[in-house]
Design a binder for this molecule. Sequence first.
Ligand code: G6D
Length: 348
Amino acid sequence: MKILQESFGELNGQAITAYTMVNDQGMEVTAIDYGCIITKIMAPDRNGTFENVVLGFDTVDEYALHSPYFGAVVGRFAGRIAGAEFELEGKKYLLAKNNNGNHLHGGLQGFDKIVWATETVQKADAVSVVFSYLSKDEEEGYPGNFDIKVTYTLTNDNELQVSYTGETDQTTLVNVTNHSYFNLSGELKRDILNHQLTLKSDQFLELDPDLIPTGEFLSVENTAFDFRNGRKIIDGVQSEHPQNILAGKGFDHPFLLTENQSGEIILEDEESGRVLTVETDQLAVVLYTGSQMTGGYSVRGVPVRRYLGLCLETQGLPDSIHHAHFPSSILKKGEQFESMTKYRFGVL
Ligand code: G6D
């Protein structure tokens, strides 16, 4: 097990550093202190060939210019907040309107655009990079000084563990996730339409035309949203379900998980033999199939296009502050925000 540290250029005069965690099986995970962005995950296929399985760039300028949150930690509040405002304990807070008049992914300078402080930890069978940041009171319009740590740990079982801890000195909203785009074909050889996804989820959130939850929980039964027994992503692209069409012919939906830490999310690519198992303590996962990646730049030489990658953003429910029947994303002073999501890479 080792961690390599190297320069990843600079942004606005600030040096950016890349950390590559390597385990004894040859798996590698590279992340940079800008946005805690995971830039590369080298995982084996059924023949033991290690290839990159996430969308990412080799320069920080490309992230600043093009990235739709590739690999980044997203927050203070991942997902959308309707009207870019909310009321908490009798006070109204105004946020950036950075997505059709609503607030998306923490605003203009969300956690994905911060240079985080880092430290590394090396153990016999696991290595970690610990990212920390103090999100100041009223930063991006959110109340409270929110002190957050994100830890990436690579184990010798080819598992990447992402854990979040945080606390605030005032009541605030917190919903953080990692926004990696996975493509198990390796080096973006193919798109993700033939990836098979299995999800332990009976319900998903209905979205309105601005992709804001309406508050309705829809059953997956007899729809392309039913991933309980495994389903190819292409089914959602070819589906005539209004919600698949609304999401740009695909998915951009929060799914409520019926189980946690029990193989609740499994992504498979038959051709490469790669399997990604995601386990989380979060109540939901947003499946986003990249239907808004419409071009204009390349990803390590591959012209970007729809369905080149998919996201499995484990998190709370978007816009929960405006839906009293949704589980809350409110964090109060004295409470500890804690969450862990594990990404285990294997082969069929
Ligand atoms: C689009 O609607 C989608 C979001 O879910 C995604 O996170 C973003 O692109 C990158 O806005």
